[in-house]
Every structure is written in C-alpha cells, then in structure tokens.
Ligand binder design. Structure first.
Ligand code: NOJ
Length: 720
C-alpha cells in the first residue's frame, strides 16, 4: 500500500468505504440506475440513490465512446470523485476474437497463449478497460457443462501453464496497454455435478488439491492481481463465504494479497443456497472469508455498517479491502487518469487491424485438431468444384459465446475463407438447420445435388455457438440426427468428404468417426475462423492441435479423463474391446475414449526414437533429463506437441495412471529431426500424501514421452 492510497482512505467516510466495495454494471451510469441486471431490476438492490455514483468498480462495458460517457457521468454524479475501475469479460479476445480457450489450449503453445492475451489487453485497454475477468482456469471433466469452452481442459499442469502465460500476457510489460487479470472461478467450479451450471460441487480435499487448485495457484504465483470466487459450494459452503478456501488457502497458505471479487450476485445467493439466514449473514460470511468486492448485489451496502457497530466486523477488515482496491487503481493509473488508456481513434486503428487478424488466424490454425483423416485432407486447390455444405458453413456465428466487442459481421465464415482461396469454384448449400431439435429435411435434396456435382465436399457440422458457454449445458453430446442424415445422404453420392466440426466442448461422435472420411475440429475459431479453416483444408497450413479434454465414445463414459486413479481391478488395455467380468469396465462400451487427451493428427508423420533417461536413480537434489528424437518423416513442414508423462508407481495414497509433466511444441521441416529434452526435478514428483503434506515419496517412477496420453513408459527411475 502506498502513502497516497492510505491518505485517500483516511479521508473516506464509512459509507463511502462500504460503497467502494460494491460493483455495478456500467449501464447504471448510462441509465441512472434503472437498468435490469441478470437477477432482476437494479432497484431491487436497495442501494442509496445518492451513493450509486460512488461504487468503486463497474463491469460489462464495451466501446471507447461508451467508456468516456459512463466515466464522465460517474464523475459528475459522484460526491467523492474517486475514479471508477472498469472490468470486463475479455475471455477469448476483445474485438478481434481468437478461438475459445479450449481451442487455444489445444495449441499446446504457451507463447501463443501469451501473445493472444497481449493482443486482447491492448484492444481492451484502448476501450478504457482496467481489468479482465480472465483467465478462467477451472479444471473440467464433464463435457455437458457449457463452460468447458472457457477452460483449458482436464489437466492441472497444462491448465497451470496456460494460466501463467495468459496472466503474463494481460499484465505484462506493455505500459498503457496492460490490463489486470482476474483468475476465476475459485474453486472447483468445473466440478459441477452432472455438468449442470451452478450445481453442487462435492469434492474431497485431496482431489481439490491434487487436480483442481494447481491452476489457480499458478496464476497467483504468476502475479495475478485479482481472483474471483465461484458460484458453487465446496464442502457445503458457497465459495464466496468459504473461509477455508479464501482465507486459509488463498490468503494465508498462498500469500495472495490482491483483490478478491465475488461472482455476479453470489453474495446474495448464499441466502438462496440456504447457508445464510439473510443478506446480513451473507455480508458477514463474505467479509470473514476475505472477499473484497461484491459483484452486483447489495449485502455490504445494506449491512456492513450494522455489522461494524455490533462489533462483528472490524474497521480494519473493511479498510484492508478498500485499500486493496485503491492500490490496484493506483497501480493501473486509474487514480491519475480516470479515463486511463481509452483512445477512440487509436482503438479504431488497432482493433481488428491486419496484425491482430493475422494473429487470430494463426491461433485458429494452431488450435484446430485433425481428429480423423483417411487420406482425404488436404484437398488440392486444383479441384474444379467444391461443395460447401452445412448449417455452420456460411455464418459468422462461429466466433464463440464470450464475444465481448466482436461481431459475427466481422467474422470470416468458412464460405468467405474458401472463396478467397478458390473463388467461384466453391458453391454453398445449407443442407439442414443447426438447431439440435430440428427435424426439417427440406434443405437436404439441394445439398445432395450440389455434392453430386462437385469434386469434393466440405461439410460443416456441429453445435451452434450458443450451445456452449455460461448456463448452456447439454445432456446429449451426439450430433443432431438431422446432421447425420445429411452426411449419410451426401456419402451416397460423393465419398470425397471432409467434415469440419464446430463445437464448444468434446462431443460424443463415435458415429461420425465411423462414417466421415475426415474430421477437422475447428472448435469456435473466432474472427478469422473461416480463413484458418480454408488454409487447413487446402494445405496452406497443417493441423497441429491436440485435444486437452477427452472426447468420450458415449456420454455414459463421462466423466472420462486420462489422469484417473488406478483401481484395484483394472481391465488390461489389450482387453479394451471385451467385457471382462469382475474388472472395472462396462458391458456395452470399452473403457477407452474415442479420442484421448493429447491426441491430434497431422498431414505429415513424426517418428519418435532414441528415448533416453539420464539416470535410473534420483536424489532429492538431482535433475534427471528425459529426451527423445523426433523426426518429420512425411511430406509437410509441420508442428508437433511432444508430451512428457510420469507415473508414481506406488504412493501412500493411490496415484494417477499417468500425469502430464512437460510439453514442448516444435516445428520440423520435411526430413528434419530434433532432440527434445525435459528436466525432471523432485518438485515435479510431489503430491498430497496421506497426511495431506505436499511431498515426493521415494520409490519407482515411470517415464513416458509421446504424441498423446496413450504413450507407453520407456524407462523408470527410483527416487531415493
Ligand atoms: C458470471 C460469470 O460466472 C463470470 O465468469 C463473469 O466474469 C461474471 N458473470 C461477470 O460477467
């Protein structure tokens, strides 16, 4: 804390301090508080009319001009004139959108994740933003949950690496173009039962620490300025009022002294959860846990003073929270200039500029995952005619649900992208509607006719973008039947078909995998999605993405993830296709997924050889080196994500069958070979033992290096 912020604090009235802890939507300052918030009219918040313009922070604002209006209205209406700090969900880009985060993770490229966050920060800062509510680092295992699209997947290490890169990107060394990051949703929001948003989370301390907490911790270690608590309960207590999570773990154990904010109206929802009698208890629990900002409810505003007068909350607690906010405002320059980096003209020049579009395009190319390819792709550009078919083929609505300032009209559709490579050789027919319950077959015949008269077919199937994202959960992960009907009819007349898949989550597409000759998963690829897709389909770029969340064969296998614990009755891998009674398996489906974690194909082939481990014993201070030679044995220059896994063979607690411990994305020319080396340290072998101490236990560890999580161990060592 600085002298300046301490002085500001010393001049603040109690009422002013309390309102400084409140956050309202920016629309409040554009409408004078008559705005409808997600949970009803803003008037239900029972805020004092004359204090609305003295809340400390605001959210959900897009556009430089709007920012200027809102800020000047705020300053005009404010009694005390402490500048407002503006926060926004800049999730996968601000105006120039890049692929959903599950896609960016598939790039296995930390540098790319960082560059993307930098680009988003610059665009957002020029619109006057100070903070983004990102990165979302919730570990996810249930594809029914709509918010898996915002996550980087099922692996704690990879999630942590992406979290770190993203935080460094937003907050890095870019002067006025920086914004602060806010890691969320603490904790374990991704473990919602049955994949239904906001639902119960029931998780052991071990699972929480081993799988779910590491990514938040990585963000904290990377210096993230803010953290958002989750909507859900953990061990029966809503996260916003959960002292064990926020005070004991985050503040005391990890030493985080940045700003903690609740999620939207989560203070008040403690009452709905039934863990608080009323809003007063909700305010008390949140303050005792260590939550500074109340997002869009009014528990602090209504009850904090009463709690102080009753001696339940101390003035020091309130002061500490206010100071954290003031310090962040000072650090970001908001105290010096309420308009911060807003710049209407520069923002127009920078947003969607060619460099940003090029980066978004590269990201979409590197996020795409080739799931299947029976020698179909890439198509030759010399084809005489191409049929582009499918409900997602000619729409800009493929940029993802958290589109912030981005627009479908600014997004390149697959049709646009293909036309710029093939000109008039490409013709489009919709074929069917994208709604999951559509049974309308009226568009089929036209599409089949087009396929019949074309040399090859690009078939764009999958989910509409609003089928994933907050509160968009599903119980059916299959493609809609009408899309299968379309595929079947097309295959009757043309076998030269590549399916382009759009999705915000892993889908259960066993049937598609059986029938489609090629499947290219583009996720929701962002503003430049169509150009990236066309480049990949026609060989101007080569797919290199690998999935970071397992694709199940069927929803009945979920949750399914690669780094699961060993059972006492495991089924042997060679028996995967059979039912073996009294082993851990199903009657009707194998245990293995459709596509495993880390999986993705290329147009070229890679040969892994000379796997070596520098020693087969390791002292606590040693560093072992595991290395591999990787050679490009195919016909295309391409990238490959090389993965290191380790298995702790025996522990005082059961250990996962393997865990990702390193990865490196390399580029190889045709015929080129590179050696990739990973260092193994004691720190990487630690886990939460039976007494919940974070230690590495002595004994055997197996080492695996390969192209995906199904790779086999090639060596082992003893930790002594
Ligand atoms: C609710 C979402 O859960 C959270 O991720 C988001 O940051 C806030 N709303 C603010 O928009």
């Amino acid at each position: 804390m600085s002298k300046r912020t301490k002085e500001i604090l010393s001049n603040m009235t109690l009422e002013q301090k309390i309102y400084h802890l409140e956050q309202l939507p920016t629309a409040t300052f554009l409408t004078g508080g008559t705005y409808d918030i997600v949970t009803g009219p803003e008037s239900k918040l029972k805020l004092k009319k004359d204090m609305i313009y003295d809340v400390g922070t605001t959210l959900n604002l897009v556009g430089a001009e709007t920012m200027i209006d809102a800020t000047s209205n705020y300053l005009n209406g404010s009694k005390y004139k402490i500048p407002l700090m503006i926060m926004q969900d800049v999730i996968h880009g601000h105006r120039t959108l890049y692929p959903i985060n599950l896609g960016v993770a598939a790039s296995f490229d930390r540098g790319l994740a960082k560059e993307l966050a930098q680009m988003a920060a610059k665009e957002a800062a020029l619109d006057g933003m100070s903070v983004t509510f990102a990165p979302m680092v919730d570990l996810v295992r249930d594809p029914r949950w709509g918010r898996v699209m915002e996550s980087s997947g099922e692996d704690p290490y990879l999630n942590g690496e992406m979290a770190k890169a993203t935080v460094e990107g937003y907050q890095g060394d870019m002067g006025k173009y920086n914004i602060a990051a806010c890691v969320k949703h603490f904790a374990a929001y991704g473990a919602a039962e049955a994949g239904r948003d906001y639902n119960t989370v029931d998780i052991s301390e071990r699972t929480l620490r081993e799988y779910y907490l590491p990514a938040y911790k990585s963000a904290v270690d990377a210096g993230v300025k803010m953290l958002m608590t989750a909507f859900n309960i953990v061990d029966g207590v809503p996260c916003v009022g959960n002292k064990h999570l926020v005070k004991d773990i985050l503040r005391d154990e990890w030493g985080f002294d940045g700003v903690v904010i609740s999620d939207y109206s989560a203070f008040e929802e403690q009452v709905t959860h039934g863990s608080c009698e009323d809003k007063k208890e909700a305010a008390y629990n949140a303050m005792m846990a260590g939550c500074d900002i109340e997002m869009v409810s009014s528990c602090y505003a209504e009850y904090l003073e009463e709690l102080i007068n009753e001696g339940k909350i101390t003035m020091e607690q309130v002061d500490k929270s206010v100071l954290r906010i003031l310090d962040l405002k000072e650090e970001l320059g908001v105290l010096d200039n309420p308009y911060r980096s807003v710049d209407v003209e520069e923002s127009k020049r920078v947003q969607l500029c060619p460099e940003h579009r090029a980066l978004a395009r590269r990201a979409a190319e590197e996020s795409a995952v080739l799931l299947k390819n029976d020698n179909i792709l890439p198509f030759s550009k010399d084809v005489s005619s191409v049929a582009l078919i499918g409900p997602l083929g000619a729409t800009g609505e493929i940029h993802g649900t958290w589109h912030c300032g981005g627009k479908a009209s600014e997004t390149i559709s697959v049709f646009d992208g293909m036309k710029s490579i093939l000109g008039d050789k490409v013709k489009y027919a919709q074929g069917c509607y994208a709604e999951y319950d559509s049974e309308d077959t009226s568009l089929l015949d036209e599409a089949v006719e087009l396929a019949k008269n074309s040399q090859c077919v690009v078939l764009c199937l999958g989910e509409k973008q609003e089928y994933s994202g907050e509160s968009y959960c599903r119980t059916d992960l299959e493609l809609p039947q009408i899309q299968y009907k379309l595929l079947d009819r097309i295959l009757e007349v043309n076998k030269n078909v590549a399916v382009v898949l759009f999705t915000g989550r892993p889908l259960a597409i066993s049937r598609l995998d059986k029938t489609a000759p090629a499947i290219l998963n583009m996720w929701m690829p962002g503003t430049e999605g169509g150009n990236a897709c066309a480049s990949l389909l026609f060989g101007d770029s080569v797919p290199s993405g690998k999935i970071t969340m397992t694709f199940p064969r069927t929803l009945g296998q979920c949750p399914i993830y690669y780094n699961h614990y060993t059972t006492g009755r495991p089924k042997a891998q060679e028996d995967d296709e059979k039912f073996v009674r009294f082993t851990s398996c199903y009657l009707d489906v194998p245990n293995s997924p459709l596509y495993p974690f880390g999986y993705g194909l290329s147009y070229t082939s890679f040969e892994y050889s000379d796997l070596t481990l520098s020693n087969n014993t390791m002292n606590r201070t040693d560093t072992l080196v595991a290395s591999v030679k990787v050679k490009n044995t195919g016909k295309y220059k391409a990238k490959e994500a090389v993965q290191l896994y380790i298995r702790d063979v025996k522990g005082s607690c059961v250990r996962p069958v393997k865990e990702l411990k390193g990865f490196e994305k390399i580029t190889l020319d045709v015929g080129e070979e590179k050696t990739v080396s990973f260092e193994i340290t004691e720190q990487m072998l630690k886990y939460w033992n039976r007494d919940l101490e974070f230690v590495a236990e002595k004994g055997e560890f197996q080492v695996f290096i390969g192209k995906d999580s199904t790779c086999k161990p090639f060596a082992s060592f003893m930790l002594v």
